[in-house]
Design a protein around this ligand. Sequence first.
Ligand code: CP3
Length: 380
Amino acid sequence: MSSSLCSSLSLSSPSINPKSPIRFRSKSMLSTIRCAVGEPLLLNAVRGEKVERPPVWLMRQAGRYMKSYQLICEKYPSFRERSENVDLVVEISLQPWKVFKPDGVILFSDILTPLPGMNIPFDIVKGKGPVIYNPLRTAEDVDQVTEFVPEESVPYVGEALTILREEVKNDAAVLGFVGAPFTLASYVVEGGSSKHFSKIKKLAFSDPKVLHALLQKFTTSMAKYIKYQADNGAQAVQIFDSWATELSPVDFEEFSLPYLKQIVDTVKATHPNLPLILYASGSGGLLERLSLTSVDVVSLDWTVDMAEGRKRLGADIAVQGNVDPGVLFGSKEFITNRILDTVRKAGNSKHILNLGHGIVVGTPEENVAHFFEVAKGIRY
Ligand code: CP3
C-alpha cells in the first residue's frame, strides 16, 4: 500500500465516521493475517461469527476485464468450451484467485450451463450474448423440458468444484451458483437477453399456467443442482434472479418468490448448513420480499443505500454488496472511500463486501487490485 494511500485511509478522512472503529493494516502485515482457523472467513461472516473484517469477492470476478482471460478466449473462442472443459473451468476460476486472493472463488460457468441437460440447446455468441435457438412459448414446448441430472449432464461442474476446493483449501470459500427459475425462464422464453421482457410477460399475463409449469421444472432442477454443487465442494451457493425485478411486486409474488422459497426449503431440508445467497438486480423495491425466501444472504445492488438496506432486511440476514461496479472506473481515492463508506454502513458483522452487480468489461485490473488491497486491509 503506498504511503499516499495510507494517508487517505486515516480515520480523519471526511468520508469516515470517526465513531466507526474501522482500522487498516499495510500489505506487508496482511500476509501474516489469516481468516479464522478452520473455516473460510466468508462462511464465518455469513454465520454471524466474530470476524476481523468483511470477506470480499466480486461477481463475475473471472472474465473479460482480465488480460489472462482474454488470452484464453483467443485460444478457445467458444464460451461453451471454456465453461464445460474441467481444466479450463478450473484455470479460469483460479485466475482472479491467483492475482487478488479474494475470500470467495466462484466457479467459472454460466446460469445457462444446465439448459442442454434439460433439452434446451443454447450458445453464447460474441457480441450478441446468450442465444436460445428454439424459444419455449407453448405448453407443448414446456412438455419437452426434461429434468436435470447434474451428474450425467454436467459432470465437469462437480469435478471442477472438487479440484477448486483442493486448490483453494480453506483460504477462501468455493462458491457455486444457479440461475433462479424466473430469470432462466426469461432467457428461454425471450430467446436470449431482453430489454422489455415482453414475450415472457405475454406468457405470464395471458397463459400463466404454461409459465408456472416451466418455473416448476426449473425449480425442481435447480434445487437438485444446488445440492449437487454442495456435494461436490461448493461451500456456499448464490442464486441469481437477475431479472426478477422486471416484475412488479405483485407479479414477483406470483412468478418468482414461491419458487425461490421452494428451492431454499428443498435445499435446507438436506443441506441445512449450506449458506444460500440471493441476488436480484435492481431489487430496491423488493428487499423485504427477498428476505421472505429464507436465504441466508441478500446481495444488494447499488440502488439502495447499504444502511437502509440493512435496516429493511433485519438483523438475522447477512448482506452482500453493494458497491456500484462503475466505482472501479474511478480514482483510487474514490474507490477507497466508497469501500469504507459501504463497510461502515453494513456494520461489523454479517457483511460480504462485493459489487452491486458483475464487474464490467474494461475495468482496469489495477483498480480491482486496489479494491481488494483496501478491502483486505480493513479491521473492524
Ligand atoms: O462471477 C463469476 O466470475 C462466474 C462467472 C459467471 C458467468 N456468468 C460467466 C460469463 C456468472 C456468475 C454468470 C451468471 C450469469 N450469466 C448471470 C447472472 C449474473 C448477472 O450478471 O446478473 C446472467 C444473467 C447470465 C447470462 C449471461 N451469460 C449474460 C447476460 C452474458 C453476457 C453476454 C455478453 O456477451 O456480454 C453471459 C456470458 C458470460 N457468462 C460471460 C461470462 C464471463 C461473458 C462472455 C465471455 O466471457 O465470453
